[in-house]
Ligand binder design. Structure first.
Ligand code: NAP
Length: 260
């Protein structure tokens, strides 16, 4: 794949799995996250297994800091001359009831998950518009369309991401740029460990889980054949249909589940 792909949150989980899928296909990778040592290990692993793959560009990037995201795009342009696909993937989860979420938790998750995504969408548009091509892919969640108990703050950021995606997809279509969202269900990554740490209690997966590799493979396919939304878990639509067609029944089922 002769594409320059920039991935935020590439040090773990879905972002790292995506890099592992794209590296062997010859993509030029731009990997951002705060844990640079993990990015360096990942870049070395890809290079070792596939020596013909161009060396990935690794850079520390806290997506909650606008200047970090700007610098990541600037470095990508300097090294590779363009960005073909920008994946706004960095994010984390939090489990807390709406009235028990602290102001600090609310501001922090908004800054990372939503503002961090917006910074990527903004800078990606800036570098893609002059070239009249590109794909901005935002990793949202199934909860973007139906929040669950104790995921209010997290789901708020995921729903807000989807709103930005829907607007920007139409805004940039005339510029030859595609904007899409990805909505994973429970995926086997460090997400739950980090959510447990931030929430102060254990947070587990909900329903059937999928691997990060399975999600990443579907994302790669969508880079070749873009569509507005990717829902990697087959069963997601059934739950969403029920949530929108039968909201009260869905509430009761969720209430029963959260008690039990
Ligand atoms: N796993 C799931 O069940 C699931 C389901 C639906 C959606 N998602 C979404 O998928 C995305 C990836 O999550 P994951 O499952 O792969 O979890 P993960 O394994 O915990 O990975 C999260 C990634 O985000 C990065 N990150 C977090 N805060 C950041 C910040 N301020 N700046 C830069 N990078 C940051 C982390 O890197 P550093 O810590 O090194 O910065 C890490 O690389 C998230 O947006 C998440 O909401 C996950």
């Amino acid at each position: 794949m002769d594409k320059v792909v920039l991935i935020t949150g590439a040090s773990s989980g879905i972002g790292a799995a995506l890099a592992r899928e794209l590296g062997p296909q010859g993509a030029k990778l731009v990997l951002g996250a705060r844990r640079v040592e993990r990015l360096n290990e990942l870049a070395a692993e890809i290079q070792q297994s596939f020596p013909s793959t161009p060396a990935p560009l690794v850079q520390r990037c806290d997506v909650g800091i606008a200047a970090d995201v700007e610098a990541l795009f600037a470095a990508a342009e300097t090294r590779f001359g363009r960005v073909d696909v920008a994946v706004a993937n960095a994010g984390y989860g939090l489990n807390a009831k709406v009235h028990e979420t602290s102001e600090e938790q609310m501001r922090d998750i908004w800054q990372t998950n939503l503002m961090g995504t917006w910074y990527v969408m903004m800078h990606a548009a800036r570098v893609m518009i002059p070239r009249r091509s590109g794909h901005i892919m935002v990793v949202s969640s199934v909860v973007a369309r139906r929040s669950l108990p104790e995921t209010g703050a997290y789901a708020m950021t995921k729903a807000a991401q989807l709103s930005l995606v829907q607007s920007q997809r139409v805004e940039l279509a005339a510029h030859g740029i595609y904007v899409s969202s990805v909505h994973p269900a429970s995926t086997e990554t460090d997400f739950f460990k980090e959510a447990s740490r931030r929430s102060g209690h254990p947070v587990g997966m909900i329903g059937q889980s999928q691997t990060a590799q399975a999600v990443a493979r579907k994302m790669v396919r969508r880079m070749q054949r873009p569509r507005p939304e990717l829902w990697p878990a087959a069963g997601s639509w059934l739950g969403l249909w029920m949530a929108s067609a039968l909201p009260s029944l869905t509430d009761r089922a969720l209430a029963r589940k959260s008690k039990g």
